[in-house]
Design a protein around this ligand. Structure first.
Ligand SMILES: NC(=O)c1ccc[n+]([C@@H]2O[C@H](COP(=O)([O-])OP(=O)(O)OC[C@H]3O[C@@H](n4cnc5c(N)ncnc54)[C@H](OP(=O)(O)O)[C@@H]3O)[C@@H](O)[C@H]2O)c1
Length: 386
């Protein structure tokens, strides 16, 4: 029985992880869950249905409310989350909180020797160098990285000529820059393939999701940035490709269903049968599998290579400015294209030390600086809608 601590249980990855666990009651057990606390009723339902021992709730008020309604032990704040990941009984931590906040619990889990199924890409983008120390303990959940992970198992890294990440392209990749100026929030939230949380859905629309994934791939697989490419593949059947030095090309194909990479991560190194989007070769009959270059006006991709070449704290600045810009866009305070402007301006404002020896404290300090700078830049500019 593998005991699982699930960070972000009320999110899209969280729900799908619970589905995988509940389909395998003899093999997997939900040991503990963590959420921000925006949906108290969902948390209470999860506790009543799956009986985790601990519930960590970031928001103090919600934590108090939950404690009155459930039998499980309720812990509070980031300290509560840190406590559940390091519990002796936990075998695997699923890191599926969204955003920078996922860094500390992910690192704590790794430091305590836990296996981590990593969905929270922001933590490896900002803390790649710190997380790399424990790389053998990580199983990626992002479908592209799960694909690459499976393709390169037991291969010599020197044999890899190129990694090609595929991107669905989100709802807007066919649009010209001028057509993007007035896109509405509800249109940006309509992803053509995946149903995900708001942050990653907007990141898919700006292709910042792919930019973060380029950085994630660099740290996960120790492949230099110039060997990592991203292309658009609207059908999302091919999850990624690996080109070997003798020009053999390996591709990973599966239907777009996050329960497949989640299941792979929960059972790794074994595989477990499931009924999630079964594949038949007949599915490919008359199916177009298209591939396109990412249009240059999606500046996110350029930002990814730029922060990778600058290294140090720059991926953290990119991530923080993007988190702020996405929030402002969702609140209707800035336009869609302004997300790129805020990220670019915040990156170019940084005049501090580009530390090579990073610590969590340095990353937190730079994250705070970048968030504040991004907000100030937005508010001072003409783009801000009061
Ligand atoms: N969705 C996908 O298909 C997918 C695919 C690949 C990778 N990912 C990555 O997986 C992560 C989660 O994505 P998602 O789509 O599942 O996001 P989501 O639906 O927005 O869910 C986010 C989860 O994080 C929790 N959370 C947010 N802030 C927190 C805090 N301060 N403390 C504790 N919990 C907190 C939320 O709790 P509340 O409900 O209380 O807000 C929720 O449970 C992201 O990093 C994303 O990039 C997602």
């Amino acid at each position: 029985m593998r005991k699982i601590c699930l960070l972000g249980s009320t999110g899209s990855v969280g729900f799908q992880t619970i589905e995988v666990i509940s389909q395998n009651p003899d093999l997997l057990k939900l040991h503990s869950i963590a959420t921000y606390g925006r949906n108290p009723n969902t948390i209470i339902n999860q506790v009543n249905k799956y009986n985790p021992k601990y519930v960590a709730v970031y928001d103090e008020q919600t934590a108090k409310k939950i404690a009155e309604s459930v039998k499980a032990k309720v812990l509070v704040g980031i300290e509560g989350i840190m406590q559940i990941v390091e519990d002796d009984e936990v075998d695997l931590v699923v890191s599926a909180i969204v955003g920078f906040i996922g860094l500390k619990p992910t690192l704590r889990a790794l430091e305590k020797g836990k296996q981590v199924a990593l969905a929270n890409k922001e933590s490896i983008v900002v803390g790649g160098k710190l997380i790399q120390r424990y790389i053998d303990k990580i199983i990626p959940v992002d479908s592209e990285h799960s694909a690459i992970f499976q393709l390169i198992q037991n291969r010599n890294i020197q044999d890899i000529k190129e990694i090609i990440l595929t991107a669905s392209g989100g709802p807007f990749w066919r649009k010209k820059q001028s057509q993007l100026r007035n896109v509405k929030i509800e249109d940006a939230l309509k992803h053509p393939v995946w149903k995900m949380g708001h942050k990653i859905t907007i990141d898919s629309a700006t292709l910042m999701n792919k930019a973060l994934e380029i950085i994630e791939a660099h740290f996960l697989f120790s492949v230099p940035p110039e060997k990592i490419k991203a292309i658009i593949h609207p059908q999302s059947y091919v999850h990624s490709l690996v080109v070997l030095k003798d020009n053999n090309v390996l591709a990973h194909i599966a239907k777009p269903d996050m329960r497949i990479p989640i299941s792979y991560a929960l059972f790794y190194p074994e595989r477990q049968e499931n009924n999630f989007s079964p594949f038949s070769f007949t599915d490919l009959y008359n199916k177009k599998l298209e591939f396109y270059e990412i249009p240059k006006h999606f500046r996110s991709i350029k930002f990814a290579y730029s922060v990778l070449s600058l290294g140090g704290v720059f991926p953290t600045i990119l991530n923080a400015a993007n988190e702020v810009a996405v929030d402002l866009f969702i609140q209707g305070k800035i336009g869609f294209l302004n997300i790129f402007d805020i990220v670019e301006d915040t990156l170019s404002c940084y005049g501090g030390n580009n530390y090579k020896d990073l610590t969590v404290e340095i990353l937190e300090e730079v994250n705070d600086w970048a968030r504040k700078t991004a907000i100030d830049l937005a508010k001072k500019s003409k783009i801000y809608i009061n």
